[in-house]
Design a protein around this ligand. Structure first.
Ligand SMILES: [Zn+2]
Length: 79
């Protein structure tokens, strides 16, 4: 389940249960809300984020689990 506090998106990883955070800019947050409302692809809503960051917003998988699952666990922004 996604939690948004101010501009920070928190998600609990479905694989390992760890909670991770990603701070979005105002415009990214607007775009993310548009994505959550449905009907758009996340890569079209948030082109400023990398694959790992978009996957985190979509599925909640943490960087470690993404690295294990898809080999793309790199993000400077996910804490
Ligand atoms: Zn994880």
């Amino acid at each position: 389940m996604v939690t948004i506090i101010d501009n920070e998106v928190a998600q609990t990883c479905g694989m390992c249960g760890r909670e991770s955070y990603l701070e979005l800019t105002d415009s990214e947050l607007e775009a993310y809300k548009g994505y959550l409302a449905g009907g758009q692809l996340i890569q079209e809503c948030l082109p400023s984020l990398n694959k790992c960051e978009r996957e985190f917003l979509k599925s909640g998988y943490c960087t470690d689990c993404q690295e294990m699952l898809f080999g793309n666990g790199e993000s400077e922004r996910i804490k």
